[in-house]
Design a protein. Sequence first.
Length: 72
Amino acid sequence: MMDIRRATCIIIRKDGEYLVGTILYSTDLRWSWSPYDAWRTRRKEDAERVAGKVGGEMVLFNPIVRQMRVMV
């Protein structure tokens, strides 16, 4: 049985879109309207670094129960 809490991750949101990553062979960022496409991490330090670089906010996301909450 899967522990639902372990599915919770941190994603980056900016202007209503979610960071997917960089475009291959480019420094351009790729964004999506869907949080399910977003780059995910469970490490707060990594999320803080990425959010700071792109000017986004960190959001806790659990895809199993479809819940999101801005991290404070």
